[in-house]
Design a binder for this molecule. Structure first.
Ligand SMILES: Nc1ncnc2c1ncn2[C@@H]1O[C@H](COP(=O)(O)OP(=O)(O)OP(=O)(O)O)[C@@H](O)[C@H]1O
Ligand SMILES: Nc1nc2c(ncn2[C@@H]2O[C@H](COP(=O)(O)O)[C@@H](O)[C@H]2O)c(=O)[nH]1
Length: 212
């Protein structure tokens, strides 16, 4: 019976709106989903581990990965380079696993134009207000004031891309936003064109009709 291919779930938002938090909620809900670990040239934050949050790479190593065609997408974000390693994503999709990409709008555009476009569900996450966005970035306590100011300055531009996404949700109350995200996944998985085994199943129903 043909197996469903995995879904590529793109989450984008201005920095601090809650993508990683919502991605973790999705994986708590369905342990079969996985997170694509990006490569980046940015320095690791305290507590971040190479290969877990990111593959931390030098600019030269990152450029080599791009030149070798190893990136599904890549972009410069806040002065650093970020990219999605292609191999693990393609392998997991082919195996029927859903994969979450926490990437910016530039990466979102590239993935939607790629050969994997049919597998994509894209979700843009808005903060309830700009004041909340700033207080979340500050509350995370992982970036300097200068870095936070830079990210706030770019947030308007990121938000301007919301209309390019399949779904948009406002991450006001976390439990509610996580529930909305799960609902999107449930609906997308149930789409007829994502269940290639359905024609076999309906053939079985017809055989049952004929045997009555
Ligand atoms: N609904 C919410 N209400 C209050 N705080 C939240 C909510 N969602 C996320 N947060 C908090 O906001 C902060 C930023 O969240 P998170 O790191 O998930 O954002 P992000 O979009 O992944 O950021 P970045 O783009 O910089 O990686 C975290 O401290 C997180 O706990
Ligand atoms: N286009 C891509 N954007 C990415 C990727 N990995 C992360 N990001 C985006 O970068 C910013 C900053 O992340 P941070 O970890 O430094 O806070 C955030 O908006 C991410 O969505 C990627 O592989 N490609």
């Amino acid at each position: 019976m043909p197996k469903r291919r995995g879904l590529l779930v793109i989450l984008s938002s201005p920095s601090g709106a809650g993508k990683s938090t919502l991605a973790r909620r999705l994986m708590d809900w369905d342990a079969g989903m996985s997170f694509s670990v990006s490569a980046t040239t940015r320095a690791a934050r305290p507590g971040e581990v190479d290969g877990r949050e990111y593959f931390f790479r030098t600019p030269e190593e990152f450029a080599r990965m791009v030149a070798a065609g190893e990136m599904l997408e890549h972009a410069e974000v806040f002065g650093n380079r970020y990219g999605t390693p292609r191999g693990p994503v393609e392998a997991r999709l082919a195996d029927g696993q859903d994969v979450i990409l926490d990437i910016d709008w530039q990466g979102g555009q590239q993935v939607r134009r790629s050969v994997l476009a049919h597998d994509v569900v894209s979700v843009f996450i808005l903060p309830p207000s700009i004041a909340d966005l700033e207080s979340r970035l500050r509350g995370r306590a992982q970036d300097s004031d200068a870095v936070i100011a830079g990210r706030m300055a770019k947030s308007r531009d990121e938000i301007s891309h919301w209309g390019e996404y399949d779904y948009v949700l406002i991450n006001r109350e976390l439990d509610r936003a996580a529930e909305e995200l799960r609902t999107i996944l449930v609906a997308e998985r149930a789409r007829a064109d994502r269940q290639p085994w359905l024609s076999d199943f309906v053939r079985g129903l017809n055989e049952e009709f004929e045997a009555r």
